[in-house]
Ligand binder design. Structure first.
Ligand SMILES: [Zn+2]
Length: 416
């Protein structure tokens, strides 16, 4: 009996697994879980309220004010705001534990004048940004509020940072982490599906291709170069391009190159002097990414040559430097990942299915991974249709998400 216990404990240590299920059985934690259910309506009401506050990237002012006040309301201390708008507060620990940072982003992809009114239907909320990433902000607020209320004291300090400009290249998290003299010991971005654990970084590069040709009256345009046709050729060729193979065990949706925006021309009765399109290129490994970027560029160049056009290629959001990232095996076996998996499975967030961590992610934690900080991407709600006007989320998921935030915080930062 003792022997098997010792064997089990050493196996746990080998895995770097730190979660002791007894934490979940402590009376304070049980009370904290009950409190989530008791204030379910309040949590969901705040979720709706915050969702209806518009916050396009770089125009997060209203949500910044809301989050600052909310952080003060739930008792976080040392609340600060930096030059680009990130706001954060601290739940002070008793000492002896790691410094743990949670990030959730305030910005959305929806312009200021988008009509945002949350509609409820059959247990789901419908509204732009309900899931990405408003639910996480609200779950974290209530998790820390309830922990404080129930006297659950962590050993390590817990920092909650509400970031800006996530949707335009993780710029807020990048600014925040780069400007912190002492980097957090553990960094957790809460921005994906509840139950998922990502420990890698998706490589993302975005380029703008501008085709330049003559501007001529429609009557003079027959058989002449046309910048619109150059762009069209490129889009069709991209569609037929051979893609690098997905990494073993990786997402079947990757690598990928998507044309997201296009435009050009000034009048309907002439050829457009210039037509642009943007390509979003994503992969799970550096080699595939480099090859894909080269291939996309040469497809663009070939289209321009065929159509006798000029071509300008500009990088809009170039890949972060991943040279400092820890090796995949080190990241996967880190106690941060193993603890998140253990808590996820303990709470059966994926039912009886054992959770598998994925070497991917395209959230704020990418920045942590790139900087060599132990980092993961997880979720606090179950949503769908992110980045579309039809976005929705399961109303009840935020309650499980709030509980998960509390148990994970206790497991990672340690409790007295
Ligand atoms: Zn997001």
């Amino acid at each position: 009996m003792i022997r098997s216990l010792v064997l089990m404990m050493s196996a746990m240590a080998l895995l770097g697994q730190k979660f002791d299920p007894a934490i979940a059985e402590q009376p304070q934690m049980k009370k904290a879980f009950a409190e989530v259910d008791a204030r379910a309506e309040k949590i969901q009401k705040e979720w709706v309220e915050l969702t209806e506050i518009p916050a396009p990237s770089k125009q997060e002012t209203l949500r910044i004010a809301y989050m600052k006040a909310a952080m003060a309301r739930v008792g976080l201390t040392n609340i600060q705001q930096d030059a680009i708008g990130n706001v954060w507060g601290v739940m002070k620990g008793s000492g002896g534990g790691p410094e743990l940072a949670f990030a959730a982003h305030m910005d959305t992809v929806f312009p200021m004048d988008t009509k945002i009114k949350v509609r409820e239907d059959a247990g789901r909320y419908h509204a732009p940004s309900i899931g990405d990433d408003t639910g996480a902000l609200v779950a974290l607020l209530h998790a820390f509020d309830i922990m404080k209320q129930q006297g659950i004291k962590t050993k390590g300090d817990v920092i909650f940072v509400a970031t800006v400009q996530e949707e335009i290249g993780l710029l807020g998290a990048k600014y925040w982490l780069e400007h912190r003299e002492k980097k957090p010991d553990l960094f957790v971005a809460v921005d994906s599906r509840l139950g998922s654990v990502g420990y890698g970084a998706l490589l993302i590069e975005q380029y703008k291709f501008t085709f330049e040709g003559p501007t001529m009256h429609t009557l003079a345009s027959k058989g002449k170069s046309n910048a619109a046709r150059g762009a069209a050729r490129m889009i069709l060729a991209l569609n037929e391009m051979e893609m690098p193979a997905p990494v073993a065990g990786g997402s079947p949706n990757l690598p990928v190159a998507n044309v997201g925006t296009l435009g050009g021309g000034t009048v309907v009765n002439a050829t457009p002097g210039s037509v642009f399109l943007t390509v979003d290129i994503r992969s799970q490994d550096m080699k595939a990414q480099q090859k894909l970027v080269e291939d996309v560029k040469s497809v663009g160049q070939r289209a321009a040559n065929q159509e006798k056009l000029g071509l300008k290629i500009e990088g809009i959001n170039l890949v972060h430097d991943y040279s400092k990232a820890l090796p995949k095996e080190v990241r996967l076996s880190h106690p941060l990942v193993q603890t998140a998996l253990a808590v996820t499975d303990h709470m059966q967030l994926n039912g009886k299915t054992k959770t598998v961590a994925v070497d991917s992610g395209s959230d704020d934690h990418n920045i942590g991974v790139a900087m060599g900080i132990p980092s993961i991407g997880i979720g606090a709600i179950i949503g769908g249709g992110a980045h579309s006007l039809e976005e929705s989320a399961e109303k009840a998921s935020i309650l499980r998400g709030t509980k998960y935030m509390m148990l994970l915080t206790a497991a990672l930062a340690g409790i007295d």
